[in-house]
Design a binder for this molecule. Structure first.
Ligand SMILES: Cc1cc2nc3c(=O)[nH]c(=O)nc-3n(C[C@H](O)[C@H](O)[C@H](O)COP(=O)(O)OP(=O)(O)OC[C@H]3O[C@@H](n4cnc5c(N)ncnc54)[C@H](O)[C@@H]3O)c2cc1C
Length: 401
């Protein structure tokens, strides 16, 4: 949607084709965090050992469904190949550039378009730990963040209690990334959709793209399940589904769907700050009129089943880290799932296709697609205009190997 927003603002005629009705992709159900603090790529060395420990523990943050799928095996192989120190170091700057740009552009978008400021808050993010070993690791990341110019404070239990009195007895401390912010995605997505419609973007919800007509290495026509459209420029931004359409035009794309859940609850609470609970990898976000618990990473392909065990684990994590909170059937407003489009190196794929010159790709944003959304829309617009990009984009080349 941010691609549509910036393109329309720059005078292009834009049509958005969305298979679902209403919009229900990962972008509506995420934890709503803008995280410049997350400059360590998902493909990092400790993932190798952690993944194997997690796979055998049912309550762990990761679930992998065994399956004989060649693309999944290829994805796993490439992911582990990338999980090395050199790759992590090389990815820091591109990740920091794009998340900082994304956050900044998002703030400008809210202000320029007069979108309710209550949907966004600049309080930062608490990375909360219950095991001092993890505290040591997180403080090291905090040191690194400070060296990169981010605003970060280490909080022992005493200091954390002053800020967030609702933490439970198991919590040892937190690192407060004041550089981060949070929002209410469902409402922002509604506001963004209304805004682009008002600007004159042609919106087609409930219309699935089924394929393309190509001539001389250019996409000429887009086929959908309802009608066909001529197209001068096509942007493929289908999240975890992107490889299906990429394959239809001969572009190999390795993206694995990382399913995550959100549980929205209306339980009364005094939680003031958004947090990530480090050990269970669960995010807690106070949103406009409810609290969102999100997390889990399930590698099961494009499978939308909601696993009861995963929901229970998320609720347990929440109740273990906060006191005086109740999650009952009555106060559960919504449970949904969404797919993080996971690239093999933890960096998004943003740019012009090298084989089809009027095709642009914007996907692979993994765990950070909300933080990077506005930046992605802006970069795609700049690339289409053939103007200088706001940040270097070489690391995001879609068809990098
Ligand atoms: C539980 C969870 C928590 C998260 N928390 C955060 C967070 O706090 N901060 C952050 O930065 N990121 C977060 N993320 C990641 C972020 O939500 C994703 O990276 C981002 O939403 C991906 O956006 P997308 O537009 O690429 O994909 P999506 O939002 O999934 O959108 C893709 C859309 O393409 C449509 N589509 C697919 N195929 C077709 C077709 N053939 N024709 C037409 N339309 C099609 C789908 O219907 C879908 O609506 C989280 C993700 C999850 C799952």
């Amino acid at each position: 949607m941010f691609c549509a927003y910036y393109l329309k603002k720059n005078g292009y005629q834009v049509r958005l084709l969305e298979a679902r009705n209403p919009y229900e992709g990962a972008s509506s159900i995420n934890a709503g965090l803008f995280c410049p603090s997350h400059f360590i790529a998902l493909a990092e060395p400790s993932m190798k050992s952690k993944s194997f420990q997690w796979i055998i523990r049912p309550s762990s943050p990761l679930y992998v469904q065994p399956r004989l799928d060649l693309n999944f095996l290829r994805w796993g192989w490439q992911f582990f190949k990338n999980a090395n120190v050199k790759h992590v170091e090389k990815s820091i700057k591109p990740l920091l550039d794009i998340t900082l740009l994304g956050k900044n552009l998002f703030e400008i978008f809210l202000e320029e378009e007069n979108i309710n400021e209550h949907l966004y808050s600049n309080k930062g993010l608490l990375m909360i730990y219950s095991d001092e070993k993890n505290g040591i690791k997180e403080r090291k990341t905090g040191d690194k963040a400070r060296n990169l110019g981010l605003d970060v404070e280490d909080l022992d239990r005493h200091k954390l209690l002053e800020l967030e009195p609702s933490i439970s007895h198991i919590v040892k401390g937190a690192v407060h990334y004041k550089c981060d912010s949070h929002s209410t995605p469902t409402k922002i997505m509604d506001a963004l959709r209304d805004k682009i419609r008002d600007l004159g973007v042609e919106l087609h919800f409930g219309m699935k793209v089924t394929g393309f007509d190509k001539k001389n290495q250019l996409i000429k026509m887009i086929h959908t399940d309802q009608q066909d459209f001529e197209s001068d420029i096509t942007i493929l931004a289908c999240g975890a589904w992107s490889p299906i359409l990429a394959k239809s035009v001969g572009i190999p794309m390795l993206i694995e769907a990382g399913k995550g859940y959100n549980i929205d609850i209306s339980t009364p609470h005094k939680i003031k700050y958004p947090s990530i609970l480090i050990e269970p990898k669960t995010a807690i976000t106070p949103m406009e009129s409810f609290l969102r618990i999100s997390g889990k990473m399930e590698l099961m392909g494009l499978n939308t089943n909601i696993r009861k065990n995963s929901i229970t684990t998320l609720i347990h994590a929440f109740k273990a880290f906060y006191q005086d909170v109740e999650v009952t059937k009555e106060n559960q407003m919504d449970i949904s799932s969404g797919f993080r489009p996971l690239s093999v190196d933890g960096l998004p794929m943003i740019g012009r296709s090298s084989s089809i010159s009027n095709l642009f790709i914007a996907t692979g944003h993994g765990m950070l697609g909300w933080s990077m959304a506005a930046a992605t829309g802006k970069i795609i617009t700049e690339l289409i205009q053939e103007s200088n990009t706001s940040i270097p984009v070489d690391a995001f080349r879609p068809e990098r190997s």
